[in-house]
Design a protein around this ligand. Structure first.
Ligand SMILES: C[S@@+](CC[C@H](N)C(=O)[O-])C[C@H]1O[C@@H](n2cnc3c(N)ncnc32)[C@H](O)[C@@H]1O
Length: 273
């Protein structure tokens, strides 16, 4: 592939998703885009770049972007955020009127392990007469569809899901494990791009946005963090991945004291609503 073709594809993917492809990722384009080349009868990545320059190629550009996302996830990933959530949710609930619905967002949800982990946690705590809804969003349609169906392989359920919760919330179906209808009913999944207008998703009490900012450059991280802060309730909590931070990227979020990976709105802006 020529450097021009690489730069064109990388620029297109970045503008659509924020994902940064450095020149050493040429091999990744070869392996991940191979099936698309075959599907569309394209002889090479150069031919793909030429096709993508055609303004009528938006669906192909979308497929290319999706193929270059990394969808790695696991149940109760990193543990700590879920321990923290278990602690703060009852207090957040008590701060809302009885009958209110707490809104929890798994942004960049991939195949749904994070959202279903939150759903299982909700089953084990009391919200004192308040309800909760979970929304999972991701830029990649294929993973959103998988999350919605709630099917997981043996390998996937072995990663982070305690046997007790597997038996309680999953059933074997067609050689895989499927989240129970009750668990699936607790989470809604839809397509959502973090670079898009996040206001349409509404305000959230809790946002998980983990292990996606690592793929963005600093200006994109700042933009997304500012947009997430605007969607977080004044007393809400944002969770980022272990290798992610708000420091040096936004002043609209600060670390929760003593809680790695948890962030909140600074008190003065929180009071401002
Ligand atoms: C590594 S997974 C993380 C999944 C989950 N949050 C976790 O921590 O286990 C990253 C996800 O981010 C999604 N993603 C990448 N760019 C995105 C964007 N601009 N908007 C929304 N999702 C995006 C990818 O499709 C992928 O499923």
């Amino acid at each position: 592939m020529s450097p021009e073709s690489f730069a064109f594809i990388a620029g297109l993917v970045k503008s659509r998703s924020g994902l940064v492809l450095t020149p050493d990722k040429g091999y990744m384009l070869e392996t991940r885009l191979g099936p698309l080349l075959k599907r569309d009868g394209l002889a090479s990545l150069d031919a793909l770049a030429t096709r993508l320059r055609d303004p009528r190629s938006a669906p192909l550009a979308e497929a290319v972007t999706e193929a270059l996302t990394t969808n790695e996830s696991s149940f109760f990933r990193d543990g700590k955020p879920f321990d923290h959530l278990r602690k703060v949710l009852p207090a957040l609930a008590r701060a809302r009127p009885v009958g209110a619905t707490l809104r929890i967002w798994s942004a960049a949800c991939s195949t749904g392990q994070e959202a279903y982990s939150i759903a299982m946690l909700l089953q084990e705590i009391s919200l004192d007469g308040r309800r909760a809804e979970i929304i999972g969003t991701d830029i990649a349609e294929s993973v959103v569809a998988r999350a919605r169906e709630g099917f997981f392989t043996q390998f996937e359920v072995q990663r982070g899901l305690p046997a007790r919760l597997l038996v309680k919330h999953f059933r074997q179906e067609d050689g895989r494990w499927r989240a129970s209808p009750e668990l699936r009913g607790m989470a809604r999944f839809e397509r959502g791009n973090l670079l898009g207008d996040l206001r349409s998703f509404g305000r959230f009490d809790v946002i998980f946005c983990r292990n996606v900012l690592i793929y963005f450059d600093a200006p994109t991280k700042s933009r997304v963090l500012n947009a997430l802060a605007a969607q977080l309730q004044p007393d809400g909590v944002l969770y980022l991945g272990g290798a992610e931070t708000v420091l040096g990227l936004t002043e609209r979020l600060v670390p929760v004291a003593g809680e790695r990976g948890a962030y909140e709105r600074p008190r003065d802006t929180a009071l401002a609503g």
